[in-house]
Design a protein around this ligand. Structure first.
Ligand code: HEC
Length: 274
């Protein structure tokens, strides 16, 4: 059973030094649009957009919650983002560096709100949520979606949010992007899957994460793995290597993995050399 405690003046000991060191950042939200960085306090935001009360079947708290919040799209528009532009995604950054992303499509499809307090309380006042073995306050900002628990897994629910950045993927990672591939092509769909599931660990042309190996240069992975082995490896790496650091992806079985392979093949002709 989840008991809620309300935030008092005292923060958990582990957080104190962080909170002191970045006490200013803890009070504001940095929004980056087209490379331009602006910091906003709740007071700044309430001058630009209207705060509303939202009630949500909240998957993080595990119960119905009511928050005072700004519509996220209005906040982004106030920060200068053209909602019709080709921006590919929004990257959220939490105090601890955790940085999930969400595609622009999702922001248009669902209703995201930037919560800054529980309903009727002072800005920054939230009951604590569990994260692993600790319990912490989602302050200063917490992104919630009015669709609630129904889209729990489809979108991120970042709390202790300090930064929101609008990024065009093709500009941030030009060598990873399948330049020239049509929007509705298998290679482009494969790229989107790669971006959502793989890039945090793997690089293509040395752009991306480095937990796993580079997959394109100098040899593209489709040049030395046969397609069916590659498919089964991506589906379940544990069937090849005990305790692999690569998680299995059973949910990608079938078309998504075929598309990933098309993306890899597409990148074969776009290698970098050192
Ligand atoms: C959490 C990190 C992580 C994620 C996420 C991840 N991988 Fe991996 N991947 C690894 C690691 C580590 C290895 C190498 C060692 C191993 O097998 O344990 C690897 C190996 C591979 C290999 C074999 C490469 C070679 O030459 O040996 C392929 C192919 C691969 N990953 C594809 C993918 C794809 C496609 C995705 C996304 C659907 C993905 N990986 C997601 C960590 C990851």
């Amino acid at each position: 059973m989840l008991t809620l405690r309300f935030v008092t003046r005292s923060l958990a000991p582990a957080l104190v030094s962080v909170a002191v060191a970045s006490s200013f950042a803890a009070e504001t939200l940095t929004i980056v649009v087209a490379g331009k960085e602006t910091r906003y306090s709740v007071a700044d935001l309430s001058k630009k957009t209207k705060a509303t009360l939202v009630e949500i079947d909240d998957p993080v708290y595990g119960k119905k919650m009511r928050f005072d919040a700004f519509p996220l799209n209005d906040v982004l528009a106030a920060a200068g983002l053209d909602l019709a532009s080709a921006t590919d995604e929004i990257v959220f950054t939490a105090k601890d560096g955790y940085s999930p992303n969400v595609s622009f499509d999702r922001l248009k499809k669902y209703h995201a709100f930037l919560a800054f307090a529980e309903a009727g309380k002072k800005p920054g006042t939230f009951g604590k949520v569990s994260q692993g073995k600790t319990r912490l306050s989602p302050a200063p900002f917490y992104v919630v979606w009015t669709e609630g628990k129904a889209i729990e897994k489809e979108v991120p629910w970042p709390y202790q949010l300090v930064k929101i950045e609008a990024v065009r993927f093709s500009e941030k990672f030009p060598k990873l992007y399948p330049t020239g591939a049509k929007d509705d092509s298998a290679a482009m769909r494969g790229f989107l899957t790669f971006k959502n599931e793989c890039v945090r660990c793997h690089s293509i042309n040395l752009e991306g994460g480095d937990v796993g190996p580079e997959l394109n240069s100098p040899k593209n992975v489709t040049e030395y793995w046969d397609p069916s082995t590659l498919r089964t490896f991506i589906e379940n790496s544990y069937a090849f290597r005990y305790r692999s650091k690569m998680p299995p992806f059973p949910q990608l079985k079938g078309k998504p993995i075929d598309d990933l392979l098309e993306y890899f093949r597409f990148m074969k002709d776009k290698k970098v050399t050192l």
